[in-house]
Design a protein around this ligand. Structure first.
Ligand code: UD1
Length: 416
């Protein structure tokens, strides 16, 4: 068990380098199950979600090794995982279903878990795989699917990121052509498609709402470099805004950050973009705005808690509407204990900006809300302790060290 101890940090300043994207790395590692050839994935972040998925892949018979920053994956004879408990630790564990089914003709997996931010069903994954010809049934807490996959036209009721990824990975080895309509368009969908194409797949249209896949017989190995983490970058951008900071965030794709930059500009920050970096300067008092989370290119739900924390310190009344997950304002109770004035009604938070927060003893309820509470603590007068930082460590590499390099007064304390 570990806790962050955070003291008031009036101004974050300096430069910070963003790691590769968690939400791209996870499906790409799962896609390693599609070939018997070795794959090298460059610069994989040291976060616990990656560690958990690696242990699931090993349970599936894959050999996964770290060499410095890189991971190698080799899945000679993949099989369904034996350890159901591990599957529950991670929502993205469901992403092994498509690859194992496509490669071996049958898969039996435990139902996934992950951060408690809403129901998170997998019906769209299952419906899509069934449209590709898989037949299956629940088996205790498990899902059994089998069948030779053939291409099909699949319409997703919602542009689910995970379902789009699972179906792309299944369809690359299906016989014939697949079209996924109303597909998710997130940057990590495009990255997964690029990775699969580097393995020999034939995917077109990733990044639009129609993805076309021509099935191939065989996938092969490759070396691949993953995109930078949009949400990690956004978190440091918002941290700069909330602390009157001046921070250069390096190793980013500014295009992926447009919706975040637009909101920070609206509330009074200055944003300077270059090819692979973005600077956020907050030199004047911030003002209110409205934010609604939407699928990409809209404002990401994974940035909702961080922007809410910042709007809690901005003059006037802001409204944040969460339209992706139904239970993503749980952290507001903790923020209220730090002095925020926020009322949650259904999927909407009405935020009356306060001049400042005060330190408190709080807990991280999930990954992104945990990061948001760290930002609140940096801006708060006094000392804050944050428990349950294991959630934050699921998705942020060296979070406290990177913040400390920007001048944050943050220590990680082991409470064993
Ligand atoms: C991914 C991201 C997560 C992000 C989310 C939305 C990864 C590893 N995780 O999660 O960080 O918050 O996208 O951008 O990439 N839904 C269904 N049925 C399904 C699948 C989803 O109803 O079968 C619903 C969900 O309950 C949710 C919405 O669709 O309301 C979006 O979920 P989805 O895009 O699938 O999110 P994840 O892939 O789980």
């Amino acid at each position: 068990m570990a806790t962050y101890l955070i003291r008031h940090t009036p101004r974050l300043s300096g430069e910070v380098e963003v790691s590769t994207a968690k939400n791209a790395v996870l499906p790409i590692l799962a896609a390693g199950l599609l070939t018997e050839d070795p794959l090298i994935i460059k610069e994989v972040p040291r976060i616990t979600d990656v560690e958990t998925l690696v242990s699931i892949l090993r349970d599936c018979g894959a050999e996964v090794n770290r060499s410095g920053a890189d991971l190698s994956v080799c899945a000679l004879q993949p099989q369904s995982p034996q350890n159901e408990e591990r599957m529950r630790k991670l929502r993205a564990s469901i992403l092994i279903l498509g690859p194992i089914l496509a490669r071996t003709g049958s898969a039996c997996v435990g139902l996934p878990g992950g951060c408690a931010i809403g129901q998170r069903p997998i019906d769209l994954h299952l419906k899509g795989l069934q449209a590709l010809g898989a037949q299956g049934h629940p088996l205790g807490g498990m899902r059994q699917l089998s069948g030779r996959l053939t291409g099909a036209r699949i319409y997703l009721d919602l542009p689910s990121v995970g379902a789009t990824e699972n179906l792309m990975m299944a369809a690359v080895l299906a016989q014939g052509n697949t079209v996924i309509e109303n597909a998710a368009k997130e940057p990590h969908i495009v990255d997964l498609a690029n990775f699969l194409n580097s393995m020999g797949a034939d995917i077109r249209g990733a990044g639009t709402d129609t993805i076309k896949i021509r099935g191939v017989e065989h996938m092969h190995g490759c070396n691949y470099s993953i995109i930078p983490d949009q949400i990690e970058a956004g978190t440091y951008m918002v941290a700069a805004a909330a602390t009157d900071g001046n921070v250069l965030i390096k190793n980013v794709i500014p295009k992926h950050l447009e919706s975040i930059s637009a909101k920070l500009l609206e509330i009074g920050c200055e944003i300077e973009e270059s090819d692979d970096a973005v600077r956020v300067v907050a030199s004047k008092p911030l003002t209110h705005t409205h934010v609604k989370t939407l699928p990409y290119p809209g404002f990401p739900t994974d940035m909702q808690p961080q922007i809410t924390v910042t709007l809690g310190l901005s003059k006037g009344t802001s409204i944040v509407t969460e339209s992706i997950f139904e239970n993503r304002f749980k952290y507001v109770d903790e923020l209220t204990r730090m002095g925020a004035n926020i009322k949650v009604e259904g999927n909407t938070a009405i935020i009356d900006g306060v001049p400042g927060y005060t330190g408190a003893s709080i807990s991280a309820p999930d990954l992104r809300a945990g990061a948001a509470l760290v930002i609140a603590a940096l801006a708060a007068e006094g000392i804050t302790t944050i428990d349950d930082i294991k959630y934050i460590e699921r998705g942020y590499e060296d979070f406290h060290l990177k913040l400390a390099s920007l001048g944050a007064q943050i220590d990680k304390i082991s409470t064993e």
